[in-house]
Design a protein around this ligand. Structure first.
Ligand code: PXP
Length: 238
């Protein structure tokens, strides 16, 4: 399993005072130095954390890979085409694009997502869709040309009981196996942390996890190096 760090919340902290520190680009370079496999940022339409300058600079300086998360909106897609990330991950920003739990509802947005994927493919950018661990959503993702899915792990992360957690983990295992079998790359993320990763590594068909909040938060207490290396150890434990 690989580990990409989502650095949105370094920018959230920076933007809280309209200053330049902490700089997410600096964090990205440090994280690469300590061994992460990639950098993830979400360029939102409202620019609430990551901004255009961050994306531009990251593209210039990082040496692993850039996963640019975005809504399927023309302005952001144009920026993605110019930026040429190694992966474009389409995520919902509007409520009507959501399934019940938070992933994209591919089945209800087939035409728009298909066109967006085609536009990104025209620029040779592989596309991932952030979806629920649901076989119908996975099959629809393949049908419209996605290269990768990112399984939304929020329900697993927020499970109220051990029983609910294990049930959701099983759902994720089945979904990941299915996606792999039909030829999709499989990423996963949202809410993964130092506790729930211990069990999550039993999901064999996930290529890569995308983790932000828990690692950024821990960086404040123990420093970037230790926070990254502790998570890397967990991700590589199996
Ligand atoms: N994957 C996607 C698609 C996301 O939008 C996010 C951030 O919300 C993450 C992964 C990382 O989630 P977290 O910050 O909870 O680790």
């Amino acid at each position: 399993m690989k580990f990409s760090i989502n650095i949105n919340h370094v920018a959230t902290l920076r933007n809280a005072r309209g200053e330049v520190q902490p700089d997410p680009v600096t964090y990205a370079l440090m994280a690469e130095q300590y061994g992460v496999d990639g950098i993830v940022v979400h360029l939102r339409e409202d620019r609430r954390h990551i901004n255009d300058r961050d994306v531009k600079l990251l593209r210039e300086v990082i040496t692993t890979k850039l996963d640019l998360e975005m809504a399927a909106e023309p302005e952001i897609i144009t920026i993605a085409c110019e930026t040429q990330p190694e992966l474009a991950t389409l995520v919902p920003e509007k409520r009507e694009e959501l399934t019940t739990e938070g992933g994209l509802n591919v089945l209800d947005n087939i035409e728009r997502l298909k066109d967006t994927i085609a536009e990104l493919h025209n620029r040779n950018i592989p596309v991932s869709l952030f979806i629920e661990p649901d076989v119908d959503q996975i099959d629809a993702s393949l049908d419209i040309g996605a290269d990768v899915i990112e399984i939304h792990t929020g329900t697993y992360a927020n499970a109220a009981t051990e029983e609910d957690m294990l049930e959701e983990l099983e759902r994720i295992k089945v979904a990941a196996r299915h996606a792999k079998r039909i030829g999709l790359g499989v990423n996963a993320g949202h809410g993964l942390n130092y506790n729930n990763m211990k069990e999550f590594i039993s999901v064999e068909d996930v290529d890569e996890v995308s983790i932000g909040q828990s690692v950024i938060a821990r960086s404040i207490f123990v420093g970037v190096e230790q926070a990254i290396k502790e998570m890397l150890a967990l991700v590589n434990a199996k």
